[in-house]
Design a protein around this ligand. Structure first.
Ligand SMILES: Nc1ncnc2c1ncn2[C@@H]1O[C@H](COP(=O)(O)OP(=O)(O)O)[C@@H](O)[C@H]1O
Ligand SMILES: [Mg+2]
Length: 431
């Protein structure tokens, strides 16, 4: 037997979560089937979160074990395994639809059911999903750009703009750390800095310089020009630094989309080069429009203040209303991160969310990650080390954001580079 096939012989481990009657039913159905092994059961939402610490291939989750949709949506980003969610029948249709749409944002949620599912069919799907995860090729529903490259592409590229309308919220920090997590999970990742001057290379690695940069691409917008503009942090984490100054930045941002040197063309070229994750560190200025037009997902970074809540509301409206139709960022492709949260300072996460919702007079996505104010972040950036590499608090806090975009291919196979890397860095493996 080939060494890399041994995993497929293991039974698929399953976590069952829901009210007791439901869990008992599932338990009976699965326990007689040799391909499955019940790894644990949970009857309440808290218990479910605690049981996630164990490793399982598949989760069956009856949402009735949560107090409501908000608690469910807060738990889902913490999940990494292939998950099947059962929503209760007896709730209003619009709430069901909203929950379904919210859940579909997460690549780890394979399917949602209302009420019941056909168990034998579901078991087939669960088995296939677990094998799929173990064998690693992931298909994302997300990317809707034209492939451009001609050949068939196994993976849709996530093109993520990290943005808000204000400096200092933590965009560049999130771009660099999210990019590192994508690389760790096996995605070929390209970070593009769009500031001038641009601190991105300084945040990522001590060996990076401010040149080559986007001007290198601009003067030669071809596959060779792209290669020349790139700096490599590791085999799968590459960056293109932004501009030396503000003038060069605004010049670039004014280039029309159809021009060969535009940001959209650069992204197309990167897709041809088989990057599966491209993260754009969008500037707070009006130049962000070209980054938003090139992206298919958005991370809105906010701070826990009333002013930031207001700006976040405006940013959300800008993307979903003013620019809708000009880009492919629908509300379900938007992730909101609250950064630099400090006890006794500013708004709590709930207050922040309520403030935006009130100002918006409509629904606003739940916060996918809440990152505390961690003074060590600045020190680590000074040493040119990424916080996710050294600071476990930062790593834990940003992980739900990574989970909402990237499936962790290392977790279920147990032999991925991811685990090894984590061990070398001496970081506790939680999921
Ligand atoms: N979670 C955090 N805790 C403490 N400091 C942070 C955190 N995130 C970012 N910072 C610091 O805040 C400053 C601004 O962050 P940066 O990522 O450059 O923001 P932006 O790109 O939005 O202007 C930097 O000095 C960075 O070290
Ligand atoms: Mg920045």
């Amino acid at each position: 037997m080939a060494w890399n096939n041994t995993n497929t012989e293991d039974p698929v481990s399953v976590l069952l979560a829901g009210p007791q009657e439901r869990v008992d039913l599932w338990y009976q159905a699965l326990s007689g089937v040799g391909r499955f092994r019940i790894s644990s059961v949970a009857y309440t939402g808290d218990d479910f979160l605690a049981k996630l610490g164990g490793v399982q291939d598949v989760i069956l989750l009856d949402a009735a074990c949560f107090d409501g949709p908000q608690a469910l949506m807060q738990a889902i980003p913490k999940v990494q395994s292939a998950t099947y969610v059962f929503l209760p029948r007896d709730v209003p249709q619009n709430e069901l639809e909203q929950a379904r749409q919210g859940l579909e944002n997460f690549p780890q949620v394979k399917k949602t059911f209302v009420g019941d599912a056909n168990l034998p069919n579901l078991m087939k799907e669960m088995y296939a999903a677990a094998q799929g995860n173990r064998n690693a090729v992931q298909h994302w529903g997300g990317g809707n750009r034209k492939s451009g490259g001609g050949g068939s592409r196994p993976v849709a590229t996530r093109i993520i703009a990290v943005w808000n309308q204000v400096g200092g919220a933590g965009k560049t920090t999130i771009t660099s750390n999210l990019g590192y997590l994508a690389m760790e999970r096996g995605y070929k990742t390209l970070l593009i800095g769009l500031d001038g001057p641009d601190p991105l290379p300084l945040y990522v690695d001590a060996k990076l310089k401010s040149r080559p940069n986007l001007t290198t691409w601009q003067s030669n917008p071809t596959a060779e020009g792209l290669q020349a503009a790139i700096q490599k942090v590791s085999a799968n984490l590459h960056i293109i630094a932004g501009f030396p100054d503000l003038f060069l930045l605004s010049e670039f941002m004014e280039i029309e989309e159809a021009h060969p040197a535009s940001l959209s063309r650069l992204v197309d070229m990167a897709i041809k080069e088989e990057y599966t994750v491209i993260i754009l560190d969008a500037p707070p200025s009006q130049g962000a429009a070209s980054a938003l037009a090139a992206a298919n997902s958005l991370v809105l970074v906010a701070r826990p203040t009333d002013e930031s809540a207001y700006r976040t509301m405006v940013a959300y409206k800008t993307v979903t209303e003013r620019l809708s139709g000009l880009n492919s960022i629908t509300p379900s492709k938007i992730r909101v991160v609250l950064n630099m949260v400090r006890r006794g300072y500013g708004l709590t996460p709930d207050e922040f969310h309520a403030a935006v919702t009130r100002a918006l007079q409509g629904t606003f996505p739940p916060l996918v990650a809440v990152i505390p104010d961690i003074p060590k972040v600045l020190d680590l950036q000074g040493e040119r080390v990424l916080p996710v590499q050294r600071n476990e608090t930062y790593r834990e806090a940003i992980t739900p954001l990574a989970n909402s975009f990237f499936v962790d291919k290392g977790t279920s196979s147990g032999n991925g580079q991811y685990k090894e890397e984590k061990k070398i860095l001496g970081i506790r493996v939680r999921w």
